[in-house]
Design a protein around this ligand. Sequence first.
Ligand code: ATP
Length: 379
Amino acid sequence: MLSKEVCGESLLVDVPSLDSQRTRCELRRVETKFYLWVDVPWPCRLHARGMTNPKIEEDVVTVRGLRKAYGSRVVVDDLDLDVHAGEIVGLIGANGAGKTTTVECIQGLRRPDAGVLRVLGCDPARDTDRLRTVLGSQLQDSALPDRLRVGEALELFATSRARSGDNLLAQFGLIERRKSAFASLSGGERQRLFLVLALLNRPRMVILDELTQGLDPAARRDVWAAVAQLRDAGTTVLLVTHELDEAEALCGRVIAMRNGRVLDQGPPAELMARHAPSATIRFGSDVPDLDGLLTELRRLPGVLSADATAGRVDVRGDRQSIAYVGAELVRRGTVPTDLDVELPDLQAALLRLLDTPAESAETTTETGRTDLALAGATR
Ligand code: ATP
């Protein structure tokens, strides 16, 4: 049996550890239902599983009420964020949204002004050294001395927990470059080397900040494949990116930030359904009884409009309307050979969200304007 005792905002628990001893642990109340493990050895947590909200136990990162200001300027404002074990989470937002500041606080590189942060069982502001042993990171604008060779970089960064550097170099296609100086590596090779260094000491989580910035398409594809390998190996990844196709390809969940706050989050498919729900179906207007067809299409569930212009029929509606339009065309025996369906992707959905005035962001609809430069989504 676990014995527990409430003490102010904390819950003190005697947890059996693996060697049958008992360890007194503190769980601190964060919200009505949530407790954060404050000082609990990992095996004890496993024993105590099920006694508090399991979501928290599986969280690799828990951030509540994070606030960070530079001078009088607040750049992260009452931010809540969770990353669960084994997830690839994408953090996206315009330049200056506060993404890097947030991940720097998560890594213990910046001290928050307010908020509770728990990262892999550590308080990043206090347990920086312990956190460094379980967290790997590739930061924006990383660099190494020009003349440092790849193999030497691995020796420099390896701790006692390090895995075989050669295996990692082979896994990421760099084994032939072991003796090469950093300055001689291509952009893609450098990014893959930073990934190798981030993974070298067997981290339970990696933070990758603008991993593919400035890479050519082939190098980007290589780095994406490397991140997908991490996911397959069960490593938790927090990915800061401006590349929305990258977020769509790699992330199980995307968190959109603006002005230091979370605007919305969810799996890419959910965000697309929420912020870019409409589909457009197109086909040539050379069909029997065009007027009758248009009238019928406008009556179908989910269809917003059906019009014929310049020899084309455009039908706009929600995603389900695609099925109804297809069924109607089949029913009439006039399935066009040039049928085309256009569905907005994650980029369209997030740009619409990021470009929506703050007060209406939560009810974004099709009316949002799409503007790449304004949303700062591409560079
Ligand atoms: P980007 O996409 O451009 O990297 P970001 O979302 O990562 O942006 P941050 O780098 O966290 O945003 O910066 C948030 C804001 O804080 C920006 O306006 C930036 O100019 C400012 N800022 C960042 N670091 C500092 C600093 N050390 N001192 C003062 N202001 C800073």
